[in-house]
Design a protein around this ligand. Structure first.
Ligand code: MG
Length: 163
């Protein structure tokens, strides 16, 4: 059984995971418009991964006999200017998400909700990966600058992402 406080916080986090999915899908469309199919595909997979995070929380809430509240998902920015700026934004967004998950974890500890704490440990570990992968790509984009050969190699490398 979930406390109302934890239930609300989990529903709120679920909305945020959906927002991340939306954000990355908008970014994927921009990458596609820039004729960068590898970047677009990487971002689309990332969008799918965020939706899976949302559904992981959805399943957890139901398994704990909680109530699902699907909230409005804010509209992501529609205009983007460069790949480098996008990946800086992704990295900063992931740092923000890490902060939200840490807060949620602290709440679960405070409420002595051990099952939620354990569930959130998965998300905490996942954030290490999310921050690292977005920062790696951002650093590579900074190195590549406006060198089109380097950008095309990076685009090809990103197209190889499987999951
Ligand atoms: Mg996520």
């Amino acid at each position: 059984m979930l406390s109302k406080k934890i239930e609300n916080a989990l529903n709120e986090q679920m909305k945020y995971e959906y927002y991340s999915s939306y954000l990355y899908l908008a970014m994927s469309a921009f990458c596609d418009s820039q004729n960068m199919p590898g970047f677009a595909s990487w971002m689309r997979r990332q969008s799918g991964e965020e939706m899976a995070h949302a559904l992981k929380l959805y399943d957890f809430i139901l398994n704990r006999d909680g109530n699902i509240k699907l909230k409005s998902i804010p509209e992501p920015p529609q205009k983007y200017t460069s790949l480098e700026k996008i990946f800086k934004q992704v990295y900063e967004h992931e740092i923000h998400v890490t902060g939200l998950i840490n807060k949620l974890y602290e709440l679960a500890l405070k409420e002595n909700d051990h099952a939620t704490s354990v569930e959130l440990q998965w998300f905490i570990q996942e954030q290490v990966e999310e921050e690292r992968s977005s920062k790696d790509i951002w650093e590579k984009l900074k190195l590549a600058g406006t060198n089109s050969s380097a950008l095309l190699i990076l685009d090809r490398d990103l197209s190889e992402r499987q999951v």
